[in-house]
Design a protein around this ligand. Structure first.
Ligand code: ADP
Ligand code: MG
Length: 701
């Protein structure tokens, strides 16, 4: 089959035409025959299997059950009524529920006659219930038992309304498959298919659209998922290699006095094994001729700062400047203060640049920076402004990267004739699977070990009704000299509602914890930054006992004496945010606590989030759960990447396939970097096609 044929515009398929072609393009992005073949079903209706009520599980799949209705009743609810039937088989009971069409159902349903019901089940009030089941009397059903799985294709309201139903879609695909006579070129080499026991391409295409049975479907899906992920990985790895060969970094050939002096005389604590390993990884990169592009991930409190500092010392040892950019002013100041202490010990010139740096100060700073007498610069976005010109920037470190876009990152390195080495630090652990598909073109270092002696943070969930008890506990902790954070959700910077919650909360806290016995600080995004700093400073110095805040304190702030984190309306926060917030405590020697306050009404997802927080403090485990709950599309940083438009693989579920695909891609490129071997010709060809025609597979970002 020639590729040309598959590139035929979709309207030329028999049964499509200009009008339908237009709809398919607009609604599903199907431009060519090839696109239609790669429109994979979302799910399949399995009407070949019958389930027993006792074996039902909560899942997204539709199930089919044989049983009888033994009872029918109407239940009043907030708005209107629902009709509920008790449905029974020889293993148990479940409910069938209708919210509409009661009259017709009441008149037509037969009690005590065997039915086959089909649909999705929910777990509700201790029973499984199936809303608006598809049902049929058993005696009618058994005469026309379906023998195959029925694919359900992605669709939109517009498509359905214009008559392009699932059935039409199926027949279009059947039509197309018969026209191609299944002459698809195989995209994976024979030896690889043998080794991994992957189905042939054409067999996989047929079986994914028209599966004969579950087993064939699973094999077809596996093959197509592997193919999709394999080609993404090939491209990412090639991109990485290309980047390394094209962008020469400044090779930092030596580790000199700054690094060694710090390591031998000033190290404030023993580095963890993970910190040592990561510093070594960074050092290797810095010493090579390629420009470093590395992501450093480590949970909150895992000690990324010292790794950053020691990396900057290597730049200094080689006569280069380094900078550290933070997402907020508060954080930049904290970094600056921390690093300044170490710099003073070694006569290193360091400065802070933020939006509030005064003009006169700026002037001097800029000229020192250009001369090269200023060695380290710490700051906010202000670092990206035009007047900031380095003499020779060798290393740029970006803390808490999700606050910065990709465009900003490159702005930083456009400032030099040769790009500086880049180290991006994040405390939002990215599940490995996601990292591999997102940042396949970035190298990753992970600090997976906490500094010793860290006590686990006790995390509890409390309902608003128990507020007084919680306040009592806070008073006891303050009595012991500890400090407390109370955080309110701020979903949108501009939402007045949220500010009202915060201010109401603040007032009630001040009432409950009155002066002069207690001092309460407040920090939120609408305050002037000077006021914010002032309040923050008071809390850092221990002058205030309680810090009432919005999520501005989410990242980085370090107050070791703060041992309690109260999160108000915790159900409104995402998991990674909750985890970040909790990371603000547990930094000192004392036992720390995180109290998640919520109302009584909680969605299933909110419950899972709270349970996860109470159950674990492992950032990676939390990130995995987050990924499962929200899907990859909502996680940080995924917006700009291709993961959203995967055609068949699902990185929340297909991690193992992704790993395999990645290691295969790596191995292949190591062995044959230019893919010039005969047996790799089809790979080269496929890659070229992907490169040439962006519409071929949509996942190419
Ligand atoms: P994060 O990774 O969240 O940026 P930090 O670098 O702020 O973490 O480190 C958190 C705290 O742990 C700091 O007070 C730091 O001094 C301390 N710390 C870091 N590494 C170690 C270590 N190896 N041993 C003991 N304490 C450490
Ligand atoms: Mg940090």
């Amino acid at each position: 089959m020639s590729q040309r044929f598959l590139q035929t515009p979709i309207e030329y398929l028999k049964g499509v035409g200009p009008q339908r072609g237009d709809l398919l393009r607009k609604e599903l992005g199907i431009h060519t025959f090839q696109d239609l073949i790669h429109l994979f079903p979302n799910r399949y209706l399995d009407r070949t299997t019958y389930h027993k009520i006792k074996q039902l599980q909560q899942s997204n799949a539709d199930v089919q059950v044989i049983g009888k209705i033994i009872h029918l009743k109407t239940v009043a609810q907030k708005r209107g009524k629902r009709l509920v039937a008790t449905f029974m088989d020889d293993t148990g009971k479940m409910e069938l529920v209708w919210f509409r069409g009661h009259k017709w159902i009441r008149e037509n349903l037969k009690i005590n006659e065997p039915y086959v019901v089909f649909g999705r089940v929910n777990w509700f009030n201790g029973l499984f219930s199936m809303p608006h089941p598809d049902m049929e009397l058993w005696k009618d059903h058994k005469n026309k038992r379906r023998s195959a799985l029925q694919p359900l294709y992605p669709s939109t309201e517009k498509l359905t309304n214009s008559g392009i139903t699932n059935k039409v879609m199926r027949s279009l695909i059947a039509q197309l498959l018969s026209e191609t006579q299944l002459n698809f070129r195989e995209t994976l080499p024979e030896n690889m298919r043998k080794e991994l026991r992957l189905m042939a391409k054409k067999e996989a295409v047929v079986n994914v659209h028209f599966p004969q049975h579950n087993d064939a479907l699973a094999k077809a899906q596996y093959r197509l998922k592997f193919e999709e992920l394999f080609y993404i990985q090939l491209q990412l790895i090639q991109k990485n290699a290309y980047h390394k060969s094209k962008f020469k970094g400044h090779p930092f050939s030596q580790v000199g006095d700054y690094f060694n002096t710090f390591f031998e005389t000033h190290l404030p604590f023993q580095l963890t094994q993970a910190q040592k390993r990561v510093i070594k990884e960074i050092r290797n990169d810095l010493g090579s001729t390629a420009q470093m592009n590395r992501l450093l991930q480590g949970d909150v409190g895992s000690g990324k700062t010292i790794v950053a500092f020691m990396s900057m010392l290597i730049a200094l040892d080689n006569g280069f400047q380094a900078c550290l950019m933070a997402p907020t002013e508060i954080l930049a100041i904290q970094h600056y203060q921390g690093l300044q202490e170490w710099c003073t010990l070694m006569d290193i010139e360091i400065a802070l640049l933020t939006g509030s740096t005064k003009t006169a100060e700026r002037k001097e700073l800029f000229s020192m920076l250009e001369e090269g007498t200023l060695q380290l610069l710490v700051g906010t976005h202000a670092l990206l402004e035009d007047p900031v010109v380095f003499h020779n920037l060798g290393l740029a470190i970006i803390d808490e990267q999700h606050r910065f876009g990709v465009a900003q990152r490159s702005k930083l390195w456009r400032k030099n004739d040769r790009p500086p080495h880049i180290l991006v630090m994040t405390a939002t652990p990215i599940p490995r699977t996601l990292a591999m598909s997102l940042y396949g073109d970035l190298d990753i270092s992970t600090i997976d070990e906490m500094p010793p002696g860290r006590k686990d943070i006790k995390t509890v969930h409390r309902y608003d009704a128990n507020r007084l008890k919680v306040f009592r506990f806070l008073k006891e902790e303050i009595q012991k000299g500890r400090q407390v954070y109370i955080v309110y959700p701020l979903i949108q910077e501009s939402a007045t509602m949220d500010y009202k919650d915060l201010m109401d909360g603040y007032e009630s806290i001040v009432r409950e914890f009155p002066m002069p016995d207690y001092q309460v600080s407040i920090v939120h995004g609408k305050m002037k930054s000077a006021d914010k700093d002032y309040e923050m400073e008071r809390f850092v110095k221990g002058e205030t006992n309680i810090m009432v805040a919005t999520t501005v304190i989410e990242v980085g702030v370090n107050v070791p004496n703060a041992s309690v984190m109260v999160i108000e309306s915790a159900e409104r926060f995402g998991l990674s945010q909750l985890h970040q917030l909790r990371g603000r405590v547990g930094r000192g020697a004392e036992q720390s606590y995180c109290i998640l306050m919520t109302g009584h009404k909680l969605s299933a997802d909110a419950k899972t989030r709270l349970e996860t927080m109470v159950g674990t403090s492992d950032g990676f485990e939390i990130a995995e759960t987050d990924l499962k709950l929200r899907g990859p599309g909502n996680l940080m940083g995924t917006q700009q990447s291709g993961v959203l438009s995967l055609q068949i693989a699902d990185i929340t579920k297909d991690g193992p396939i992704l790993k395999l695909a990645r290691s295969y891609a790596q191995q292949l490129l190591k062995q044959d970097p230019t893919l010039s071997e005969e047996k790799h010709q089809n790979i080269l060809l496929t890659l070229r096609e992907i490169g040439k025609d962006q519409g071929l597979w949509k996942y190419i970002s």
